[in-house]
Structures are given as structure tokens and as C-alpha cells.
Design a protein around this ligand. Structure first.
Ligand SMILES: Cc1cc2nc3c(=O)[nH]c(=O)nc-3n(C[C@H](O)[C@H](O)[C@H](O)COP(=O)(O)O)c2cc1C
Ligand code: SF4
Length: 181
């Protein structure tokens, strides 16, 4: 896997290294959608084949993410935003920091500041992640489309979940406003 990850990231590693050579003090970050898979998707994909393989698939998704983060750090990257591949994990009202496993795997392998993105809806869980998982930042997109004042709401002490139900309606609306606006 290490050789494959090295080959697949060669272009981006060369770009990062060139930027850092040309502008040594310039911070360079990257947003990366890593492969992720839910059990249900794995089952569908495998069409009833060996279910015991599913944890292995998830393991390799996280391991690959971690290996790529390590390689990018070695190239000089300053921070990374980690998310998955817009899988079903990211849909529905219950979606909640759904790519944490990827970020946890990356944290074990590299010291890059990590932004975790995807379904960050529950401030209590986000606080737990900040305290326990060494993840420094969160990226929010649809949650802020639905509630532009969400950070100030949470900061003011109203810690109810983000109202976004992750239906992806805002991909289709003119101006990408929330379909419930
Ligand atoms: C309308 C819309 C447009 C988006 N456009 C981009 C984009 O151009 N580039 C990108 O990397 N991500 C884009 N995203 C993905 C978000 O940045 C984010 O990674 C994703 O929605 C998961 O985070 P969330 O659960 O907080 O929404 C877009 C998302 C939405 C809803
Ligand atoms: S349309 Fe609204 S509720 Fe649905 S994902 Fe977009 S912001 Fe969230």
C-alpha cells in the first residue's frame, strides 16, 4: 500500500515541495477527500460476498488516509483537511463528525494540524473530539448554509445540534441556499 500511495500522491507532493522551495514561509494546506465506506455500502458493493472482509476494507481506507497524510507532511504540507468521499455516512439528520475514523488514523501517523470535515453537527461530540483525538479544527459547510449564525449560537451556549439534515438539497438550489430557507 505504501508504494501505491506514494505513486498516487507523486504529483501533489511535487507541487507542495515546489511551493515550499519557492516560498518557504508560505503556509500550504490541502483538502483531501479520502476513500471511506460504510458497512451498508460495503455490503452492497460486495453483493453478499464475505462479510468478514468489511472491517478489513474500512481498515485499509483509514490506513491509506494515514499513509497519504504522512507522505504529504514529509513533502512540507502545513495542514490538512480530511473528509470522506461524500458517502452515505454524510447524509441524514443523524450525520455526525462522520469521518472521524479517517482523522484518527491520520493523527496516529502524522503531526500535521488536522481539520475534520463532514457532518459536524453535534457540539458535544466535537468537544470530545477536540479533547480526546488530537484533532484541532473542524470544517463546516452545509451546517452553515442552513444556519449561518451557527458558531455564534453555539458560542452563546445553545448547544443543540445543527439544524441541517444533510439532504444535499443546497447542491441544486440557485445560489446554493438551503432548500428550507
Ligand atoms: C453547495 C456546495 C458546494 C460545494 N462546493 C465545494 C467545492 O467547490 N470544493 C470542495 O472542496 N468542496 C465543496 N463542497 C463540499 C464542502 O466543502 C464539504 O466538504 C462537504 O459539504 C462536507 O462538509 P459538511 O458536512 O459540513 O457539509 C461543497 C458543498 C456544498 C453543499
Ligand atoms: S438543503 Fe439545507 S438541510 Fe439540506 S443539506 Fe443543504 S443546508 Fe442542509
Amino acid at each position: 500500500m505504501a508504494a501505491a500511495s506514494r505513486g498516487r500522491t507523486r504529483l501533489i507532493r511535487e507541487i507542495i515541495a515546489d511551493i515550499k522551495r519557492t516560498l518557504p514561509g508560505f503556509p500550504v494546506g490541502a483538502k483531501f477527500s479520502f476513500y471511506s465506506i460504510s458497512n451498508q455500502e460495503a455490503l452492497a458493493l460486495m453483493q453478499g460476498r464475505d462479510e468478514e472482509k468489511i472491517p478489513e476494507i474500512e481498515f485499509y481506507a483509514a490506513e491509506e488516509c494515514a499513509e497519504i497524510c504522512r507522505l504529504l507532511q514529509d513533502s512540507g504540507l502545513d495542514f490538512i483537511e480530511i473528509l470522506g468521499d461524500h458517502s452515505s455516512l454524510e447524509r441524514g439528520a443523524a450525520a455526525s463528525s462522520c469521518y472521524l475514523a479517517l482523522a484518527q488514523a491520520a493523527r496516529r501517523r502524522c503531526t500535521l494540524p488536522i481539520i475534520l470535515t463532514g457532518g459536524n453537527s453535534d457540539p458535544a461530540e466535537m468537544n470530545r473530539i477536540l479533547q480526546n483525538d488530537g484533532i484541532e479544527f473542524f470544517g463546516l459547510s452545509r451546517e452553515l448554509i442552513r444556519e449561518p449564525n451557527l458558531p455564534s449560537r453555539w458560542a452563546s451556549g445553545d448547544l443543540t445540534r445543527a439544524a441541517c439534515i444533510h439532504c444535499d438539497g443546497c447542491y441544486e438550489t440557485p445560489g446554493h441556499v438551503c432548500r428550507f430557507a
